[in-house]
Design a protein around this ligand. Structure first.
Ligand code: SF4
Ligand code: SF4
Length: 413
């Protein structure tokens, strides 16, 4: 296992991080706890020391399982990363309450890497208004958290603003050879690293899509290579090749894949890919892009949209959906990110066909017409699913508030 240093602290992290958002499941769809715990401990025994979880992963089960897995001496061998869900924060006190619950669930007295979860401009402004900087300062001072960071799903301009707004130790971005210009992208990676932040990379294989059912044309490109590597290894090696990437997170749930990723991490030095290898990855990327429905490069020149549509984001999820039609992840992500579930609404159906974006698009994409197509294909169930899920989240938050009010009343009585 190779390790890289966090620039501001010198903390040594394994270049492969264990993402606990896709733990193994039982036949009935629950988390297979025993298997997940075995996998987590095996990864630790092989040198992985960074474990990333969040309250929303597996609806709370991910933090619970990680807490159990780290019993018996494993806790002191690893760094835990977990996140503050901005959609459950309504006042300053919620931040302390949520963190206290996470410490209990994870059976620890501190979180090594604490992130504000899934920030975009709007959610960041909300947390800032509610006093998140003061919360982070206080939690760091009394040792409940060690390093403060944020994960990000917005546009490059918002990313730079957030990086500059606080003394973060790290951030977490989506990055892979298909997403160089999507969300924070290469520009964001270099910007954050240039400001001294460690950069944790999520979705290095686009939720497994660059490693699972690879299109035949891309498969041929890998098979012709003089060095045999799996599609997953090519994807991981591409991210590790960037010296700015500190940890690459992989959401692992299969023993063979865990071992394959751990082996790949032995050779993931920065700048280790040859020109020929980089050219081969570029060919794979071009092939994927050709097979995609919309030739959006994610440059963002069309933004902001007066109707609030996240144009490149909608296209990115639509492309993923068309390329991998059997995988529902893209639809879920579309609904979560743009349907108004976890932050403001920015889905394609909001388009008013003003045409402003099409004038600015260097790819000359007929954006208003494409927005109609995206809306038709991606938003079928959205009007039903979003209110139901929002209702569930509201019930969960309200039940928590009622319970806390009762406890306070009893304490005062
Ligand atoms: S055409 Fe639609 S997507 Fe484009 S800027 Fe106007 S409202 Fe936004
Ligand atoms: S300007 Fe065109 S290519 Fe660039 S992000 Fe917008 S739609 Fe995509």
């Amino acid at each position: 296992m190779l390790y890289r240093n966090v620039p501001r602290t010198g903390d040594k992290l394994s270049i492969l991080g264990f993402g606990c958002m896709r733990l193994p499941l039982t036949r009935t769809g629950g988390v297979d706890e025993e298997r997940a715990i075995r996998q987590i401990r095996h990864a630790i025994d092989c040198g992985v020391n960074y474990f990333d979880t969040a309250p929303i992963y597996h609806f709370g089960k991910s933090e619970q399982v990680l807490g159990k897995a780290l019993a018996g001496g494993y806790r002191k061998k690893v760094r835990i990363a977990t996140k503050l869900p901005h959609w459950s924060v309504f006042e300053r006190a919620d931040m302390d309450r949520i963190l206290a619950g996470q410490l209990r669930t994870l059976k620890t007295d501190h979180i090594d890497y604490y992130l504000l979860h899934g920030l975009g401009r709007e959610s960041f402004e909300k947390l800032r208004r509610l006093g998140v900087f003061e919360f982070l300062d206080a939690a760091k001072k009394d040792g409940r958290i060690i390093n403060a960071g944020f994960s990000f799903h917005g546009d490059p301009a918002a990313f730079r603003e957030i990086v500059d707004a606080y003394g973060w130790e790290f951030c977490q971005i989506q990055y892979n050879y298909l997403d160089e210009k999507n969300q924070a992208g290469t520009e964001g990676l270099q910007y954050a690293a240039g400001r001294g932040l460690a950069v944790m990379v999520m979705e290095p294989l686009r939720g497994g899509n660059l490693a699972g059912r690879v299109p035949d044309e891309v498969k041929a490109i890998w098979e012709e290579a003089p060095v045999h590597r799996s599609p997953a290894e090519w994807g991981l090696r591409w991210v590790w090749n960037h010296p700015e990437a500190t940890v690459v997170l992989s959401g692992m749930n299969d023993e063979a894949h865990i071992d394959e990723n751990i082996r790949a991490a032995d050779t993931g030095q920065a700048n280790s890919l040859t020109q020929d290898e980089l050219a081969r990855i570029e060919r794979a990327r071009d092939t994927y892009k050709r097979l995609m429905k919309v030739g959006c490069t994610g440059c963002g020149y069309c933004m902001p949209c007066p109707a609030g549509v996240n144009i490149p984001g909608c296209f990115a999820e639509y492309n993923a959906h068309v390329l991998f039609p059997h995988d529902r992840t893209a639809k879920f992500q579309y609904i979560g990110r743009y349907g108004g579930l976890l932050s403001g609404k920015s889905y394609a159906g909001l388009c008013r066909a003003c045409g402003k974006c099409a004038e600015a698009c260097p790819q000359h994409l007929p954006i208003p017409a494409l927005m109609k197509e995206v809306s038709r294909e991606m938003e079928g169930m959205m009007t039903v699913v979003v209110p139901v899920l929002k209702g569930l989240l509201w019930c969960q938050n309200t039940a928590g508030r009622v319970r806390r009010a009762i406890t306070r009343e009893k304490a005062h009585a």
